[in-house]
Write a protein that binds this ligand. Structure first.
Ligand code: NAP
Length: 281
C-alpha cells in the first residue's frame, strides 16, 4: 500500500511549534512581524499576499504590507527597502518576484538585509547552504521538501537520492541539504542521459523540472519515494506536478500529492524563517 506523504500533518506539527515559539518571543516583549513588499498588483501576488497574511495570523505573527507602484524607480525602491531593513519592528522581509524590468533583482538581492531575508534571496544565505551550514535562513521550497522527509521519518543516511532539476531556487540547494543529511545525491538536468534508468534505481526521486506530469512509471520502482516539487498548469484550471500521479501512485513506496504536498508546506517554512529571524535579532 503506497504511503501518501500529505502536507497537512507536516504543517499542523510545524504550526504548533511556531505558536509556542511566537508565544515565547511575545513573553520577552518581541512581536514577530513580517514585512511584505509588493510592486504592482498582479493577481497571483495579491492572492499569495493574502494567503501569507492569513497564515501568519494562525500562529500569531503580525504583518506590515508595503504596496508599491508598478512604475516605482530603482532609487525609490531602494529607499523603501532600506527603511524596512532598518526598521527594528520588522523581523523578516518577503518581496514578490518577478519584479518589473526597471528594478534590478541582481542589485536588490545584495540590498536586502541577510538577517531579514526570509525568502533566501541574498547570496549570503544561499552561500551558507552550499557551505553545509543549515543554521541560517533556508530557501523555502528545498526546506519544505526536507520538512516532509523528516516528518515522515524517511531515512536519508546512505540513501540514493536523485534530484531532477538544477535551479538555484530548488534543485541545487535541495541537493546540498540532502547531502548534508548524508544522502548520496545525483543531480540530473535536461542533458542527463538515461534519466528514467537513473531515477528508477534511486531510493528517493525528487522531481523539480517544471514539466507537467513527465515522470511516469518508467522512472520509478516499487521502492521509490517520490517527492513532487512541480507546480504546473494542468490546462483545466487546476495545477499538477511534474509527476503523473495517477500513473505511478500504485507503483511506488511513497509519494507527495499535488496539490497538498510540497507547495503546501512552503508557506509554513516562510513563517518558520520569520520566527528564526526574530529569535536571532
Ligand atoms: P527552472 O528554473 O525552470 O529549472 C528547471 C530545471 O529542470 C533545470 O535545471 C532543467 O535543466 C531541468 N529540466 C527541465 N526539463 C527537463 C527534462 N526534460 N529532463 C530533466 N531535467 C529537466 O525551474 P524551478 O524554478 O527550479 O522550478 C521547478 C518546478 O518546481 C516548477 O514546476 C516550479 O513551478 C516548481 N516550484 C515549486 C515550488 C513549491 O513551493 N512547491 C517553488 C518553486 C518552484 P537545465 O538546467 O539543463 O535546463
Amino acid at each position: 500500500m503506497t504511503q501518501i506523504l500529505n502536507a497537512k500533518p507536516v504543517v499542523q506539527a510545524m504550526k504548533e511549534n511556531l505558536r509556542q515559539d511566537v508565544a515565547a518571543l511575545q513573553a520577552e516583549g518581541k512581536a514577530p512581524t513580517l514585512g511584505i513588499i509588493r510592486v504592482g498588483s498582479r493577481p497571483d501576488d495579491v492572492y499569495y499576499e493574502n494567503n501569507i497574511i492569513k497564515n501568519c495570523e494562525t500562529v500569531g505573527i503580525a504583518t506590515k504590507t508595503y504596496p508599491l507602484d508598478l512604475n516605482i524607480s530603482m532609487e525609490e525602491f531602494t529607499a523603501v527597502m532600506t527603511q524596512v531593513n532598518d526598521d527594528p519592528s520588522v523581523h523578516g522581509i518577503m518581496l514578490f518576484r518577478p519584479l518589473p524590468p526597471q528594478l534590478d533583482e541582481e542589485v536588490i538581492k545584495h540590498l536586502i538585509s541577510a538577517d531579514k531575508d526570509i525568502d533566501c534571496m541574498s547570496p549570503l544565505n544561499l552561500e551558507k547552504v552550499f557551505e553545509g551550514d543549515m543554521s541560517g535562513l533556508l530557501p523555502c521550497t528545498p526546506a519544505a521538501v526536507m520538512a516532509i522527509l523528516r516528518h515522515y521519518d524517511i531515512e536519508l543516511k546512505g540513501a540514493n537520492a536523485v534530484v531532477m532539476g538544477r535551479s538555484l531556487v530548488v534543485g541545487k540547494p535541495l541537493s546540498m541539504m540532502l547531502l548534508q543529511d548524508n544522502a548520496t545525491v545525483t543531480i540530473c538536468h535536461s542533458r542527463t542521459r538515461n534519466l528514467p534508468e537513473v531515477a528508477k534505481n534511486a531510493d528517493i526521486v525528487i522531481a523539480a523540472m517544471g514539466r507537467a506530469r513527465m515522470i511516469d512509471d518508467k522512472y520509478v520502482s516499487e521502492n521509490s519515494i517520490v517527492i513532487d516539487v512541480g507546480i504546473n498548469d494542468a490546462g483545466d484550471g487546476k495545477i499538477c506536478g511534474d509527476v503523473d500521479y495517477n500513473a505511478v501512485v500504485d507503483k511506488v513506496k511513497a509519494i507527495t500529492p499535488v496539490p497538498g504536498g510540497v507547495g503546501s508546506v512552503t508557506t509554513t517554512i516562510l513563517l518558520n524563517n520569520l520566527v528564526r529571524a526574530c529569535q536571532s535579532q
